[in-house]
Write a protein that binds this ligand. Structure first.
Ligand code: SF4
Length: 496
């Protein structure tokens, strides 16, 4: 029997895809493992712990008869770490914790990630299968937790830990650890993951992205629905500033992955904004020197994204498998202004700058994805009509060609725990649903897997939850020709 000190399990969203074992896996199964899990796993391994990472939805995709119980019965382990970073894994993470405890009652079950952090008290209160929650950032806390539990020592000194003590009381240790640098962490030790090669292949096939490359931690902005913005990270993880990995380290990671796996592109896990353009130029320069034949997926978090950056991106990455995305959510200046006023003065996406992006995407022939949402705060039906009109104009101009690289994407959104709109829904004109963790688990248990977010947790004036869902779906279907044609006919041999 194989034995591990720590087993990490990436949970599914639902335990079994709803249409039975022959159903097709879709993007909503979300097989991505949060990047930090690899760093924590490697950090513990370097300290001498035996580690294994299991990706539940991947295992089930590879073998429809795979069950977690059967897998756990064949191995021995002392601690099980379950990521609950994205709220959509709430039901799956709790179910995995229950299965682990049933098969191995002596194992300690620890959750981590933003959503687990936000609901730490409620999770420990309502779910006995969970022994502890590492809040915020996890390397040192997880290491100390593993060391202390192995020696049966008290846990009251473990930073960032919430746990149930021997008298069944919930204890909350201080939030005292945040990483000062990420350059001593390893985000690419894929050897710790079961079926790593298939993970990377399926990430591309199912999710459209091959490898999520860690660039940094933190974000200087506060977008209304995001639980990973500046204030949320400050409150949840004590992170007060952004840290970026050295470009040389990021380059090393790319080399490491390319040497061992066949991946066509990298998704960069941090976006561009005026204050970090220098960083991206430096990184792109290094990638060019290495002559990696690779695509890149890059997000613009704030404008402008000057022509010079487009040129740089064009020189660095292959045309096929590359994209640049931006999420203004609406083109309404009035909506952006209201959001800028109440939660983030930088939330500005002027139509003139969006048009510049479109122009440059056409000049440099690189895919540009513009993400919109029906049901954004302060958006009226007229704003939605204007967004639709904008999308249709783009569709008529670019939608029928395989070579015009513009795509309007559309998705309904979940108001994430810790986000500005979640913490102050009234200021954004929203009524929040599912306010307790128990309600959230139930909501995700009942939800069917869908292409995008499968639960909508708010309604607002002019938009019920049902109308948000349906309107986004219709919007998505109307712009689908752009999504389906963009880049589809680029010959494999065409690199630039
Ligand atoms: S959505 Fe906004 S707040 Fe969240 S990470 Fe992106 S830029 Fe930062």
């Amino acid at each position: 029997m194989k034995s591990y000190d720590v087993l990490f399990i990436h949970p599914p969203r639902v335990l079994r895809p709803s249409k039975g074992k022959n159903s097709k896996f879709i993007r909503g199964t979300y097989i991505f493992i949060p990047m930090g899990v690899f760093a924590i796993a490697d950090f513990l391994k370097e300290e001498g712990f035996g580690i294994q990472i299991i990706n539940y939805p991947l295992e089930q995709y590879l073998d429809r008869d795979w069950t977690l119980s059967d897998f756990l019965k064949r191995i021995d382990f002392n601690i099980c770490g379950i990521d609950l970073h994205w709220i959509h894994n709430a039901h799956g993470a709790i179910e995995v914790a229950k299965i682990v405890k049933k098969v191995n009652p002596n194992a300690k079950v620890v959750l981590g990630g933003f959503s687990a952090t936000y609901y730490h008290n409620q999770i420990l209160k309502y779910f006995e299968s969970v022994d502890g929650i590492i809040r915020g950032e996890g390397e040192i806390p997880f290491l100390e937790y593993a060391q202390n539990s192995n020696k049966n020592q008290p846990l009251d000194s473990v930073p960032n830990l919430s746990y149930r003590n021997s008298s069944n009381h919930v204890k909350v240790n201080s939030l005292s650890y945040t990483a000062r640098t990420l350059d001593d962490l390893n985000f690419t030790n894929m050897s710790l993951l079961n079926n790593a090669k298939q993970y990377l292949e399926c990430s591309r096939k199912i999710m459209g992205i091959s490898f999520n490359l860690s660039i940094g931690r933190g974000c200087p902005f506060n977008c209304p629905f995001c639980g990973g913005g500046q204030r949320a990270q400050q409150n949840l993880g004590g992170r007060s500033e952004v840290i970026l990995r050295s470009p040389e380290k990021v380059l090393e990671d790319m080399g490491e992955i390319l040497d061992n796996y066949k991946v066509p592109s990298f998704f960069f896990g941090h976006g561009t904004y005026p204050a970090n353009l220098k960083y991206w130029k430096r990184l792109f320069g290094l990638i060019q020197k290495e002559k990696f034949d690779i695509g890149g997926d890059l997000e613009i978090w704030r404008l402008p994204f000057p022509k010079e950056m487009w040129k740089n991106f064009y020189k660095t990455f292959t045309r096929r498998y590359s994209s640049i995305s931006i999420s203004p959510r609406t083109i309404s200046k009035k909506v952006h202004q209201k959001i800028a006023k109440i939660c983030d003065p930088t939330f500005k996406f002027p139509e003139s700058l969006i048009k510049d992006l479109i122009k440059n995407a056409n000049i440099f022939q690189r895919t540009l994805r513009i993400w919109l949402t029906v049901g954004f705060p302060f958006q009226t039906r007229f704003d939605v009509f204007k967004d639709f009109n904008f999308a249709m104009k783009c569709l008529l101009k670019y939608g029928k060609s395989n070579f015009k690289p513009i795509t309007i994407m559309n998705e309904p959104y979940y108001v994430f725990p810790g986000s500005p709109a979640h913490e102050s829904p009234n200021s954004f004109g929203l009524n929040l649903r599912f306010n307790s963790f128990l309600e959230i688990v139930e909501a995700f248990k009942r939800a069917k897997i869908s292409f995008f977010y499968n639960v909508i947790n708010y309604d607002k004036e002019h938009f019920s939850r049902a109308s948000v869902r349906i309107a986004n779906m219709l919007f998505f279907i109307s712009t689908a020709p752009m999504f389906l044609t963009t880049g589809s006919k680029i010959p494999i041999t065409e690199k630039k």
